[in-house]
Design a protein around this ligand. Sequence first.
Ligand code: FAD
Length: 490
Amino acid sequence: MDRRDFSKCGLMLGAGVLSGSQKGAAAAGGRSGRTGNYYEEPPKKLPVRQFDVVVAGAGTGGVVAALAAARQGAKTILIERKGYPGGTVTEGGTALHSFYNLWKAFPGVKKRQVVRGIPQQIIDRLLKVGACSGHAEMSKGYDYDSVCTAIDTEMYKLVTFEMLHEAGVYVCVNTLLAGAIVDGTRIKGVITESRSGREAIYAKSFVDCTAYGDLAAFAGASYNEPNDYSVCNSIGVGNVDLEKLHEFLESHDAVSQYCEGIRSGEEGKIVRIQGRSSRLPDGFRQGMSDIGMSMVTTTVHDNYMMFVKLNLKLLVSPTSRDEVARGELELRRRQAKAIGLFREYVPGCEKAFIARTSPMLNIRRGRQIICDYDISHEDVIEGRHFDDDVFAYGFHDSAPKLQVKGGGTYGIPYRALLPAGVENLFVAGMMITSDRRAHMSTRNTVSCMGQGQATGTAAALCSRKKCGSRDLKYADLRRTLKKDDVYFEG
Ligand SMILES: Cc1cc2nc3c(=O)[nH]c(=O)nc-3n(C[C@H](O)[C@H](O)[C@H](O)COP(=O)(O)OP(=O)(O)OC[C@H]3O[C@@H](n4cnc5c(N)ncnc54)[C@H](O)[C@@H]3O)c2cc1C
């Protein structure tokens, strides 16, 4: 299905709910059936629910967006296709980059906590239940990241679920967002599918945090599908001795990143380690390359590597069901091969096993939604700030080659979160920023969380003031974000 068909499908779903003539057709048995290679679905009457704010996708950005909206007093619903909140932060990567500026790589630059607010509150809650390394300082590889914030992926799901519950968010897990009800440039509602049936959810403001930009696409927003990254299904590996892994890497002079923090309740333990593959034994290095495996891991538990990544480049965009199906099989083959490599080559990993996989492959980019402003590579590395900043961020995934000037921060402008041509929709997460070099910063977990707090807050304010996203007074948004501990400094 191409871009236009996809949006049309969403619009048609919407029209099915709204149109009086179609309701009549449904009652009369409807005009449906097969014509050639197409089947026309009969119109259907759906139950309607009314909210102030709809957040689509309970992942990295969506959890924070829903918390922010509900805490502003908005009646908020969060729609998530999986059975838990968390998203890619619990299934994709390594650690949460980066709550801090990259100070160590810049002599004389002070350590500064840049991302605060709700993202930091999640870390505080994780620390209370022994599910986070803390903001542990890197002692090797800090020109890449100064701090490693490693999390227990399973506890993250529970802790954020509890926080959403406490904030009064109506959390619909196991529920697919399947369409949008659109009136001109305004979204009136969304269509959901679950085992309780199809429903129409009406609201005043909408936030798309689906990573793929499903809601924006259903609403008719313009987008690109660059397919410019590998997809991945990372695994948790159990029954491993991290100290022996460290010795193994040291013996090959191959340790490129090293960090100690809280692990299984004890301070000063390895929580992040990376091996330089070029220095590893030939068979191991070749095996890693064949399966797209990266030799970096984090953990917060003894005998466990929280993330080992297996990457694969798809031939076409990850919105293609059939290409993704091919990828899912291939990645599971690669996971098994990865375990074989650890068992064969790494002392202390002889009885390693796969302890966790992601239920579906993870993407680094799906649709890139066209917004009022597109953050450029220069904006990021020059550390630019804007008149409508909604928070400051300071990390680049391509460090040490690319870093924010002088160890400072750049601003994420409000306009970068507004899909062009839709008046009451916000987007947050990996779906913004077209330039891949800039995206290597804006797509990071903690940036997605910051975007979540900004969009959730803005959506709630718009709903309260009964205005569109572009009519919201920036001063009101900034005051509210500052009150909620969001950091703006350059
Ligand atoms: C392999 C990998 C490694 C990475 N490593 C790091 C790292 O080490 N550090 C770092 O900071 N960043 C890393 N990243 C990047 C970062 O994790 C992601 O960019 C970020 O988590 C994306 O957040 P998001 O909110 O956009 O999407 P997600 O967290 O993916 O959330 C999207 C949510 O929407 C749900 N959803 C999607 N479609 C629908 C629908 N139609 N209906 C209902 N629900 C839906 C999904 O199930 C999901 O829960 C990595 C990414 C990958 C893939």
